[in-house]
Design a protein around this ligand. Structure first.
Ligand SMILES: [Zn+2]
Ligand SMILES: [Zn+2]
Length: 263
């Protein structure tokens, strides 16, 4: 199956992310609004309704952000490594964008705020609505709620942070956060787009990238899954790039980060 590309020049013939309809845009806006309002309500409850708020309960915030970063890596690794972009729903909304992103990273910068953040916003209410029911009457429950609040805001912002990491000139505040390692930086994420393309999957803060690489976490998981199922890692990602080569599309020299289609 050939990959739809447009234009005649090498640059314009690279694949781009699928355009979203007006209806999808409205749904994304509603999901983002709902997630934003629910998150503010949760924060409000923690600040004004918690019956106890010991100092150590605040440690749950970095823990929540750390777990969100780990989850971003797990989802990204799973999307890059397994399955097919032709699968229904997940293939179109999750795997295909990553396939396009690897051969045409610059396309991500052309995606609007709604397009970048809309999909993940649908998950917000699923986490935040139950969290709003937690009674804040003991330090443990307050910590759990702070953990969920931090986890959810970091998780909701993952795609936005990933987009910022691709920018040469991100907003000043973002660059400050990147410099202090609070969110994923340009240089930290660049490693994911360079050979051998099998590391630095965490795209929220990037805090988990180094320890996961040190213990060969993804390599170990890939060996296990291959031994259990026979599936080979990154087959679909390589096929996507190979089909582009067959179609005569090359991206050498265009990408700010590395591109897989001339591998
Ligand atoms: Zn990737
Ligand atoms: Zn990227």
């Amino acid at each position: 199956m050939s990959i739809p590309v447009t234009g005649q020049t090498e640059t314009s013939r690279l694949p781009v992310h699928l355009k979203i309809s007006i209806v999808t845009r409205v749904l994304y806006a509603l999901a983002l609004l709902a997630s934003g309002v629910l998150w503010i309500l949760l924060l409000w409850r923690i600040i004004f309704d918690a019956q106890v708020l010991p100092w150590y309960s605040l440690l749950a915030a970095p823990a929540g952000i750390l777990v969100a970063d780990f989850c971003s890596g797990l989802v990204h690794w799973g999307s890059d490594t397994w399955g097919s972009e032709s699968m229904p729903i997940l293939g179109k909304r999750l795997l295909h964008p990553f396939r396009v992103h690897h051969v045409n990273p610059a396309d991500f910068l052309d995606r609007s705020f709604l397009d970048t953040n809309g999909d993940i916003a649908f998950l917000g209410p699923l986490v935040l609505l139950p969290a709003l029911q937690i009674p804040l009457e003991s330090p443990l429950l307050v910590m759990a709620t702070i953990f969920i609040a931090a986890f959810s805001i970091a998780g909701l912002m993952t795609n936005q942070i990933h987009q910022w990491a691709h920018m040469q000139h991100a907003p000043v505040l973002v660059r400050w956060l990147q410099r202090w390692g609070i969110v994923l930086s340009h240089t930290a994420h660049e490693k994911h787009h360079r050979p051998p393309y099998d590391r630095n999957y965490c795209i929220t803060t990037g805090w988990c990238n180094r320890p996961l690489q040190a213990i060969q976490f993804y390599r170990g998981a890939e060996v296990l899954i291959t031994s259990l199922t026979g599936a080979q890692p990154r087959t679909d990602d390589h096929d996507f790039a190979a089909r582009l080569r067959i179609q005569g599309v090359h991206c050498e020299g265009r990408c700010e980060f590395g591109c897989r289609c001339w591998q």
